[in-house]
Design a protein around this ligand. Structure first.
Ligand code: GLY
Length: 380
């Protein structure tokens, strides 16, 4: 009989794990406190931008992001087929703009190592830059153009992924209420207690609880230093085609969606689990708009919202099986890259369930890497 897997958390990462595990024959139940995709996943701008978001060096995290970017076309096709829905995926490419020539120097360094890893990027300026992005301000001196980056419409992707999971037989237990206990045993493996759905038991547990993962470490005698970083974001009504690329400036980014909105993100503030939108957070984004795109000076913001990025102390996700409890896999803390990293996370988690994961590749993301033994040990 197939192993039963409980996936805790119904954001895009949890759904990606459930989709892949169900595809490989596991009997999967997703347990979600509220509604699937109701937190960071649904709020995200949906950028698939490993080169623009990771600019320092080609480390293990950058390579994980790149692996995931490469999985995206096939992954989206599988979700579309399983869900019967079309997912908006715009291969726009990106422009990282600078206002001063001196700021080009870090972009040139980045270009050197990123082009060795497939970016196909180039510095563009003058008429070539204006051809690519006609409405950019004359204040923009130059840009790093990266044609390999793209973006998806995250709310639709999450909805399609939820449907795709159901079509593969995944049970989605939403509005489960809070998790009040996690008990490990040799058989059946794990029992999760929730306030609204009672006890749920399975052979394996995959923890994908995003910004809320910090509170779960205690069930495993481990320290998970995950904390929420609020991202405030806003949107203007701007016809499709006016802004052609994902445009990153030092202050903000802009992506044009198929529904005729230009999404502008995103603040990084520490406000606990508060998803309130503030004048300060949105004001900074709005003020940066006309500097890059003068036409934004006259545009009202039509929509504003916020999500909580799950940040980990060292900036890298936790992705691995617990040494002391091999029936538990942790996949959390994807910070700014949750949408991008979902396919590789689903594949890696299911490789771990299958017992055929590449441990060398995942060593850098070990969930135990922060843990000094804490009071109370595993009850396995
Ligand atoms: N990946 C975009 C953001 O976190 O704002």
């Amino acid at each position: 009989m197939a192993d039963t897997v409980i996936v805790l958390g119904g954001g895009i990462v949890g759904l990606a794990c459930a989709f892949e595990a169900a595809g490989r024959g596991y009997k999967v139940t997703v347990v979600e406190t509220g509604k699937p995709g109701g937190q960071a996943s649904g709020a995200a701008a949906g950028m698939l931008a490993p080169y623009s978001e990771n600019t320092e060096q080609p480390d293990a995290f950058f390579r994980l992001c790149l692996d995931s970017l490469r999985l995206y076309p096939q992954w989206l096709a599988e979700i579309e087929e399983a869900s019967g829905r079309r997912i908006e995926w715009i291969p726009s490419g990106s422009l990282n703009i600078v206002y001063h020539e001196a700021d080009l120097s870090p972009l040139r360094t980045r270009l050197l190592w990123q082009n060795r890893l497939g970016a196909q990027a180039e510095i563009v300026e003058g008429s070539r830059l204006r051809e690519l992005e006609p409405h950019l301000s004359q204040n923009v001196e130059a840009a790093l153009y990266c044609p390999q980056e793209s973006h998806v419409y995250a709310p639709d992707l999450v909805a399609a992924l939820e449907d795709a999971c159901r079509s593969r037989g995944v049970a989605i237990m939403d509005h489960s209420g809070a998790v009040t206990d996690v008990r490990l045993s040799s058989a059946p493996g794990v029992t999760v207690s929730t306030t609204a759905r009672g006890d749920i038991s399975g052979d394996r547990l995959v923890v994908c609880t995003g910004a809320w993962t910090g509170a779960l470490g205690r069930w495993f005698g481990l320290h998970f230093p995950v904390h929420p970083i609020r991202g405030q974001i806003c949107a203007y009504e701007v016809p499709v085609g006016v802004v052609r690329h994902m445009v990153f400036s030092p202050q903000a980014y802009w992506t044009s969606k198929g529904n005729g909105t230009l999404v502008c993100g995103a603040s990084e503030d520490v406000a606990g689990f508060d998803t309130t939108v503030t004048e300060r957070g949105i004001g900074r984004l709005v003020r940066s708009g006309p500097k890059a795109f003068p036409f934004l000076a006259d545009k009202p913001v039509v929509h504003r919202w916020a999500g909580l990025r799950p940040a980990i102390r060292d900036g890298w996700p936790m992705l691995g099986q617990l040494e002391g409890a091999p029936q538990v896999v942790i996949a959390a803390g994807h910070y700014r890259n949750g949408i991008l990293l979902s396919p590789v996370t689903g594949a890696s988690v299911t490789d771990l369930l299958d017992g055929k994961a590449d441990w060398g590749l995942l060593a850098a993301f070990a969930p135990e890497r922060f843990s000094l033994a804490v009071e109370g040990s595993l009850s396995v």
